[in-house]
Ligand binder design. Structure first.
Ligand SMILES: [Mn+2]
Length: 361
């Protein structure tokens, strides 16, 4: 036994030695191969008179800030790029833009026929109307692939990391473009918003490294206080109707032909989980019908109490939720779980499984 282990160790050492030798001898070639691609690829594409950069509907910090930072990056490369938003900017992103002292991008109502770049989504049902008949040039995203299809080649740049802003920051870095303090602030805001200040399950080492880099480039002196204010803005629903609160962060998906939406609302000191649940449930059925959805799910999170409630409505939604989350729903159609920090990693996959099961059994 001991002899075998020794033999394996020797084999492993030999293998490692060979590998490092190979990579050393190839090093010069590697530099030549890898030094140019991203800038060349981006600048060699044709953008017509201009190209618009837009995130998803119910724009959150990451969608708005990544669109703005990416449009700025492309402008530096000589491309006439402009940021747009896919809906009214409220709550947290509104606060972020105010603090940054920048103008909110105009709303893009229809993308049909335009030169477009999609950021922070790859699902047409989350895009401005007409995206499926737009000329899509780039997609910069950190979600699972959605319903996106294009007739022609495109730059599809997706990474499994915490935010689209982190991806855009990595592109600034790779292209050797130093962000201005405002650009760094915007990307930092999207990064900490999407990763819940680097605590969500989606946070990676790349997010942590670029967080430090962006913070050093930004003019933010107390990041803890800034994030606390962002979180407060996320749940300040002053002057909004219950329906607007429900739709403030609501994403649509089409899974196996089933049209669904998954919203996310956080409880706060002003609006506790119990009252939030009650008020959201009251408007869920009518919102589902208005939007032409088969099913509607809501993530109602209370981070301090470490609990998430997922009420649902629509035919089949109970079977989907119970199968997906492998638990029994409450008698008033709600899944109760420990706190979930990520829709894309912790809620979309179980609901997708639930729908697949429901459709095929
Ligand atoms: Mn995002």
């Amino acid at each position: 036994m001991k002899k075998m282990t020794k033999l394996w160790m020797i084999a492993a050492i030999l293998l490692c030695g060979t590998m490092s030798f190979v990579s050393c001898s190839d090093k010069d070639d590697e530099v030549i191969v890898y030094s140019t691609p991203l800038r060349t690829i981006i600048t060699n594409m044709s953008y017509g008179d201009n190209v618009l950069v837009v995130g998803h509907k119910s724009p959150d910090c990451d969608a708005v800030c990544s669109a703005m930072a990416y449009a700025n990056l492309l402008q530096r490369l000589g491309i006439n790029a402009e940021a747009r938003v896919a809906g009214k900017v409220v709550c947290e992103p509104r606060y972020v833009l105010q603090e940054a002292g920048v103008t909110t991008p105009a709303i893009l109502e229809n993308a049909a026929g335009k030169n477009m770049i999609m950021v922070d989504h790859s699902e047409f049902s989350q895009s401005p109307d007409g995206m499926s008949s737009a000329n899509i040039l780039h997609v910069i995203d950190h979600h699972g692939t959605g319903s996106l299809t294009t007739a022609h080649p495109l730059l599809y740049y997706a990474l499994p990391i915490g935010s689209t802003c982190t991806i855009v920051a990595s592109m600034y870095e790779e292209l050797g473009e130093k962000p201005t303090p405002t650009e760094a602030r915007l990307m930092l805001s999207g990064l900490i918003s999407d990763t819940d200040s680097l605590t969500s399950v989606t946070t990676t080492a790349t997010d942590r490294r670029l967080f430090t880099w962006l913070l050093s480039q930004s003019d933010i002196t107390d990041i803890g206080a800034y994030y606390a204010a962002m979180r407060k803005a996320r749940t300040s629903f002053d002057g909004m109707t219950d329906e607007e609160i429900l739709l403030s962060d609501c994403k649509e998906y089409e899974i196996e032909g089933v049209k669904i939406a998954i919203g996310s609302v956080f409880a706060s000191e002003e609006l506790g989980l119990e009252e939030l649940c009650q008020r959201m449930r009251a408007v869920m059925p009518s919102v589902r019908e208005q939007r032409g959805l088969d099913m509607l799910f809501l993530m109602l999170g209370d981070r301090d109490a470490n609990v998430t409630h997922i009420p649902f409505c629509g035919e089949g939604s109970k079977e989907v939720a119970e199968y997906g989350f492998q638990t029994t729903a409450t008698s008033d159609n709600c899944i109760v779980t420990t706190y979930l920090s990520s829709r894309k990693s912790e809620v979309v996959p179980p609901i997708t499984n639930g729908i697949t099961h429901w459709k095929n059994h």
